[in-house]
Design a protein around this ligand. Sequence first.
Ligand code: PLP
Length: 407
Amino acid sequence: MPSIDVQQLRLDFPLLQRKTYNRQIVYFDNAATTQKPSKVIDITSEYYQKYNSNIHRGVHYLSEKMTEAYENARSTVQKFINAQHIHEVIFTSGTTDSINLVAFSFGEKFVHEGDEVIVSHMEHHSNIVPWQMLCERKKAVLKVIPMNPAGVLDLDALESLISPKTKIVSVAHISNSLGTINPIDKIIAIAHKHNVPVMIDGAQGIQHSIVDVQKLDCDFYAFSGHKIYGPTGIGVLYGKEKWLNEMPPYRGGGDMIKNVSFEKTVYADLPFKFEAGTTNFIGAIGLSTALKYLNQIGMDKIIAYEEELKLYAHRKLIAIPNLTFYGSSDKKAGIFSFLINKIHHFDTGLMLDKMDIAVRTGTHCTEPVMSFFGIQGTVRVSLSFYNTEDEIDYLVESINKVKQLFK
Ligand code: PLP
């Protein structure tokens, strides 16, 4: 029995109702971006029509309304992730921006020549390149937690990688190309035993789990609005107050200052110190609307349904002969990366597209993962709570057609 009424919920998503070529679209590219419920689309339009005005700088009606809505959005995010303080929630443009903020700002203050930063082998480029840039700038060393062929991180190796020179560990909550749900609680415990802070890239974690940053005890958690049914161009960095207070600003400009003179500028308190310039304030309201929408359905129900759907998809997909899967951890989200025989992933993707199925093909911005398996890319099917067993049956039928066509 499904824990949610999927057919009813699908009606909330206008894009899911459209046809691409011949039939209603089957959207399996949710790890790249999720579709938006009408509530998010409507509130964005409503705010542009009725309240648009820059925040924090005006005394007039519109500016006050907009500022209030923006700060309420921050409070919604705080509750969603159970942050202790509202000022620990920084609005950014997305996960990439959040990680760059920490890599630059934390790195500026705490990482020096010869120090070490640890990431894992399965990271998205967004959680590799900013740290590499930092290491290059500071002459520090990037170390990598290895993974096994199932796509599971070696935590014993993490223990031995950590040294007195390790300044931060940054890992994905859920791998976007393998689907592995990393044991972030254990990773955090290991790192904290050595007094090393941990950043979690939650781009794929936040929409498929209940994230309680206090319980997790992570030092930073980053996510993107567009991957959790919110708008593009808005994201979140959660950081523990003790770190954020010590970190220098990442960007300078308006709104991040208390006062400015040519002799000296005094920076604003949290969270504004990290929100220079005009932020995507209507995006923040869209994001908070998405989070409220999910709360209304119930994250526990969403997770239970997604688990059922993942098991169904797993059973159906592994029964197809000649598919090779990448990522077979026991703890996996609804992300399936595979190749059919020797068919190029682009060809599979293009053929599925003509059958009205949207999947992603390529490296998924995880080239080190592809190199590990000695492949150029995969076909990736990533599920959301609005997907159905019927859609999976249609995918299986379509994969079999692709196989026939390439015979
Ligand atoms: N980290 C992971 C694990 C991702 O899957 C992605 C996007 O796919 C990102 C980071 C980057 O997210 P964004 O492009 O929204 O900043």
